[in-house]
Design a protein around this ligand. Structure first.
Ligand SMILES: Nc1ncnc2c1ncn2[C@@H]1O[C@H](COP(=O)(O)OP(=O)(O)O)[C@@H](O)[C@H]1O
Ligand SMILES: [Mg+2]
Length: 326
């Protein structure tokens, strides 16, 4: 069966004065129906830009310069704005990284929640209100009726994030894209929201593309994982393989930077020396090389492609446990 979402050789650049600076190069991965795929990597690796491009929401300076984004076999990049608008919010919903900017401050939660259902599903006002209350309760908001009358500034970050999730689910999307949905929240609420996403997936069969820089969340949530570094996808595998037998030196460094996967404070702190390069469009070969512990001694040449090193396990590098990848 073809994947629900298939990103193929995606290329994205940003206009920088007269120059176009590449931000995402040759990114490919799939999300199957009902699957939770996490997109993981340090800050600045291109995760949000990749996610935003799926729904045509890149900033004005951003441009998709190559590749395909297939949703149920249809290339979203070839749709006109009206066609994409029909998919956005209905078939594919998104929860943004910055929740402060995702709710309209001058409208009540109730009017924002009901808008999509009335537009996409043709619900009457009463039907949409009833369904909104049901969904808000589902996300753990006890006084859902009271919440409908509030304005966003009257709610805590945790409440706003639950509202965003309820809103994203309101049109029963086949795919939910959640971009670091709990980064701003404390650990208890983070756990509740992850649990909520998991149980909603069980109930509705919706697929989730979950973006995170937190390996702990990958361990808790993912069926499959795609790892991004400096605008490229460097490794992709099922979660167990990736967590126990990472092949790419970068993925291995990410894991080693996590002293205890379940130690909430430690798992947020990456200790990989150096930084994701700011400008990587002109780099050739392995973009991780300047930070790679194997440095010059690395026998693996990144030829710009992912290699299938085991069924369903793709990587640009092969530093497997103990065997130097051989
Ligand atoms: N609005 C923008 N204008 C110019 N460059 C941008 C913009 N947004 C993102 N970029 C570029 O894309 C890179 C990846 O950004 P992003 O996708 O936000 O990273 P991540 O979500 O992995 O932290 C950034 O390092 C930056 O170079
Ligand atoms: Mg981001």
């Amino acid at each position: 069966m073809p994947a629900l979402l298939s990103i193929r050789d995606l290329e994205i650049s940003f206009r920088n004065g007269k120059k176009m600076t590449p931000a995402v190069s040759g990114v490919s991965f799939d999300v199957n129906a009902g699957e939770i795929v996490t997109l993981v990597g340090e800050s600045g690796s291109g995760k949000s830009v990749t996610a935003l491009s799926i729904l045509g929401l890149l900033a004005r300076q951003g441009k998709i310069t190559g590749g395909e984004i297939l949703f149920e076999g249809k290339n979203l990049l070839s749709l006109c704005p009206a066609e994409l608008d029909m998919i956005r919010g209905k078939e594919i919903a998104m929860i943004f990284q910055d929740i402060m900017y995702s709710l309209n401050p001058v409208l009540t939660i109730g009017s924002q929640m009901t808008e999509g259902m009335r537009r996409h599903l043709g619900y009457t006002k009463e039907q949409a209100q009833q369904e909104s209350v049901r969904l808000l309760k589902r996300t753990g908001i006890r006084d859902a009726e009271g919440m409908m009358k509030k304005y966003p500034h009257m709610c805590s970050g945790g409440m706003r994030q639950r509202v965003m999730i309820a809103m994203a689910l309101s049109c029963k999307p086949k795919l939910l894209i959640a971009d670091e949905p709990t980064t701003a929240l404390d650990v208890t609420i983070q756990c509740q929201i992850m649990e909520l996403l998991r149980s909603l997936r069980e109930e509705t069969g919706m697929a989730v593309l979950l973006i995170t820089h937190d390996i702990g969340i990958v361990a808790e949530m993912a069926d499959r994982v795609a790892v991004m570094y400096a605008g490229q996808c460097v490794e992709e595998a099922d979660a167990e393989t990736l967590l126990t037998r990472p092949a790419h030196a970068y993925t291995r460094a990410l894991m080693q930077a996590v002293p205890g996967l379940h130690d909430d404070k430690a798992r947020r702190l990456y200790a990989i020396p150096g930084f994701v390069p700011q400008v990587y469009g002109d780099m050739t070969g392995c973009r991780f090389a300047p930070r790679c512990p194997h440095g010059e001694s690395c026998p693996w040449k990144d030829d710009g492609r992912m290699t299938e090193i085991a069924p369903g396990h793709l990587s640009r590098c092969r530093w497997e446990e103990g065997g130097n990848g051989v």
